[in-house]
Structure formats: structure tokens, C-alpha cells
Design a protein around this ligand. Structure first.
Ligand code: GMT
Length: 400
């Protein structure tokens, strides 16, 4: 098949899932075209994957726009790639702006006098595109339009699948295809032992990750155990978290490692993975930790309980309960035999068929094939959706 993939070039999350999927599909013989603003980090060395960079910023030189209209440049690029590469299917990751741009591209091609065979659109929602962007009144209707107009919607967890179906009143079922374990995530790199007890947290330091709770919980742990905390990733909350560490007097026990192309060597040197997210559709970093035998202490939210088995390979607590997060860390760090049992369970669970790369990629291929027979049904739905969006079922009635 000729498959187009559109994603963010991010170090984690949807960008990683999309990149790893592109690599696996290309490895299996499909022709893969990735469209993103820059080459995603995991595709820097991927000769089998064609990359198309989208640069909407050049237009700023005219002085007309305050911000580059990236979605328009992306729609333009997607239409070109669909037409020139003769794509069979276009798979977009994250609804906004990717699904919106894909629907615009489809409309452009439908009106193209040269004609172009209809290319189905598969949208994978990843979490905040539904829970944050999709809930924002400034974006809700256009995200709903794009999701409803996609030929197939997939979600990495049942929790997010339910939420997107309910929030956007989808007519067709959402297909739940879990994220898979990237091949390198289960390879042991045998780094030098770090010594002592190490807790690791990996995120993009956005408010939804509640990194302040991670640090708050860690400060409580420090009162009882001589542990250190490794913070991997970068984002808007990092300066505040650095300040918080200084205020709490724990800065010498906390390492800020920034974005890392590969987190496995750091995970392997760690005894515990700690996450305090407000919401989390899946939690890929937690899965990667489990695969390397690192138990998880996390908040019970969204799809996390589908990835972390409470009291088997991790401990789950309520969002915002830093005391419980700290107690979970102390319970596992202070009990090596329980920690080892959790580590063994996690390794087996994360490497089970449920998260197996070959199996998950085969499910995506089946999903793509199924959309080939759908024709213009979704396009018609999208046009109808423009005319009358349902009231937001999760937010109450919309004023007439
Ligand atoms: O975690 C983030 O904020 C990044 C975000 C993304 O879209 O890149 O991650 C989301 O997608 C990942 C891959 O499916 C999931 O593992 C994360 O749980 C999900 N994040 C949230 O739902 C907050």
C-alpha cells in the first residue's frame, strides 16, 4: 500500500507512535510518506521513509499575517502528496490541525479538474486533541467536524475511545488500537549502574503532566529515603519546576536531563517511574519503563489503567494526591522483593502480544484496507456535520 502519515515531529507521544508506525510499515514493504513540519527525531535515519517538510512561515515576509497559517500550508502539502504519490490512505495523528488539514486536502482534490482517486482518511486521536483542544470552545466545532468527517477514527485506549465517541457523538465506532512497544524500548543497553535509588519521570512539562506533583511527591519521599529524581523532557512548566526544587531545598537531588532522543539507558538505570498526569490517553513512556523492568507509580486517569496493572506492576493513585504518590514510591523503593516482583510482571506484560509491534501494525493495515471500501461516506458526513453539530454531551447544552 502507499500510505501517508501526518504527525508532529515531537520527541514523545503521538510523534513517536506515528514515526515508529512509519518505520514498521516501510519495513513490511509499504511505501510510506511522512508529512510534518520537520523530520521527526526517530526518522532522521530512515532511508525507507519519504519525508515531506511543510514550511508555512515563509509567507510572514509579506508582513500580512501575524502568525504563519500552518494548517493551510499543511493542507496544500497533503493534497500534493496524496496526488503525486498516489496514496491509498492518509493516516493523521492528532486531530488538530492534522485531521482538519486532511479534510481540506480531500476537498481540494475533489474539486481538482485533473481528478484524483478518493483517498480515505484515518485519524488517530491521542488525548489532548480531544480532552483539551476538542473541549476548547474556540476549536471544538472544527475538531468535531474533522473527527466526524474521518473515514475511520482510532484511539490508543478504550478510555479515550469512549470519550471521543461521546464528546463528538460519533455515528461509527472508534477502533481501539493500543500503542505498541518500539523495538528499541525492550533492548537492554547495559548502562553503568547508577547506584542508590533513582526515580525517573518523562514528559513534555505541560500543565497536564502536573510535574509539580512529581516534585512534591519526591520531596516527601526524600524525608524517608535517600533517593534522587531524574526529570527527562522539556516544556513550559520547566522553569517553575526548577524554582520549586530550589524552594524545597532538594535541587541537588534532582537532575533535569532535557529532551532525549533515547530514554532507554536512563530508564534502565532507574528503580521507579513516576507520573502524576491530570489526564493521559495511554502513557507510552510508562509502557517503555515497564518493558525494561521499571515499576510505575502513576495517577489513575484515562487509559493509564489499561497500561499499568495496579498492584501487579505499578501502583495507581488519585490525581493530585501527592501524599499517595509518595507513599507508593516509598512502598516500592523500600521493599526490594516487591519491586522485583513488579519488575518481572511489568517486563512480561509490556512485551505481551497486546503491545506487540507486529500485531498492532497488522491491525492498522487491516484498518486501512477496510477504509478503502468506504468511498465518500465520511465526506458526506463531514458536510452534514458542518450544518449542525450536536450539543456537547460532556459540557452541557450549548446556548442556541
Ligand atoms: O503526552 C502528551 O502531552 C503528548 C501527547 C501527544 O499527542 O503527543 O501524548 C498523547 O499521546 C501519546 C501517544 O498515543 C499517549 O501515550 C499519551 O498518553 C497522550 N497524552 C495525553 O493524553 C496527555
Amino acid at each position: 500500500m502507499r500510505i501517508g502519515i501526518c504527525c508532529f515531529p515531537s520527541f514523545g507521544g503521538s510523534g513517536v507512535v506515528a514515526s515508529e508506525l512509519a518505520l514498521a510499515l516501510a519495513e513490511g514493504g509499504d511505501t510510506v510518506h511522512v508529512v510534518s513540519s520537520t523530520r521527526p527525531p526517530r526518522l532522521l535515519q530512515a532511508p525507507g521513509v519519504h519525508h515531506h517538510a511543510v514550511d508555512g512561515a515563509g509567507i510572514l515576509e509579506y508582513g500580512l499575517f501575524d502568525h504563519p497559517p500552518y494548517t493551510l500550508a499543511l493542507a496544500n502539502a497533503l493534497a500534493q502528496v496524496v496526488r503525486d504519490a498516489g496514496l491509498d490512505v492518509l493516516h493523521v495523528h492528532y486531530a488538530a490541525p492534522h485531521a482538519v488539514a486532511a479534510l481540506l486536502a480531500r476537498q481540494m482534490l475533489a474539486d481538482d479538474p485533473a481528478g484524483s482517486p478518493a483517498c480515505p482518511i484515518v485519524t488517530t486521536v491521542h488525548g489532548t486533541d480531544v480532552t483539551l483542544v476538542g473541549a476548547d470552545p474556540n476549536y471544538r466545532d472544527i475538531v468535531a467536524w474533522a473527527v466526524r468527517g474521518s473515514d475511520l477514527v482510532t484511539a490508543p485506549s478504550h478510555a479515550l475511545g469512549r470519550e471521543v465517541a461521546e464528546r463528538f457523538s460519533l455515528e461509527d465506532p472508534v477502533e481501539v488500537i493500543p500503542n505498541f512497544l518500539p523495538p528499541a524500548a525492550s533492548e537492554t543497553s547495559h548502562p553503568a549502574p547508577a547506584g542508590g535509588l533513582q526515580i525517573v519521570h518523562v514528559s513534555n512539562f505541560r500543565p497536564v503532566k502536573r510535574v509539580a506533583d512529581v516534585v512534591g511527591a519526591f520531596a516527601r519521599v526524600r524525608r524517608l529515603l535517600p533517593a534522587r529524581l531524574c526529570l527527562v523532557g522539556d516544556g513550559p512548566d520547566r522553569p517553575a519546576v526548577e524554582l520549586q526544587c530550589r524552594d524545597l531545598g532538594i535541587e541537588e537531588h534532582v537532575a533535569f536531563l532535557g529532551n532525549q532522543a533515547r530514554v532507554e539507558p536512563i530508564l534502565e538505570q532507574s528503580d521507579l517511574f513516576l507520573s502524576a498526569s491530570e489526564s493521559e490517553s495511554f502513557g507510552l513512556a510508562a509502557l517503555e519503563a515497564l518493558a525494561l523492568g521499571v515499576p510505575v507509580v502513576a495517577t489513575r486517569t484515562g487509559g493509564v489503567p489499561e497500561v499499568v496493572c495496579d498492584d501487579r506492576n505499578g501502583l495507581l493513585c488519585a490525581v493530585g494526591d501527592t501524599e499517595a504518590l509518595a507513599a507508593g514510591c516509598v512502598a516500592l523503593l523500600g521493599d526490594p522483593s516487591r519491586r522485583l516482583a513488579f519488575a518481572a510482571h511489568g517486563r512480561q506484560w509490556a512485551r505481551s502480544s497486546r503491545f506487540d509491534r507486529g500485531r498492532v501494525v497488522a491491525r492498522y493495515r487491516e484498518a486501512y484496507r477496510a477504509t478503502l471500501t468506504l468511498g465518500g461516506a465520511a465526506a458526506a458526513r463531514a458536510d452534514r456535520a458542518l450544518g449542525g453539530l450536536p450539543d456537547d454531551p460532556l459540557q452541557g447544552k450549548v446556548e442556541a
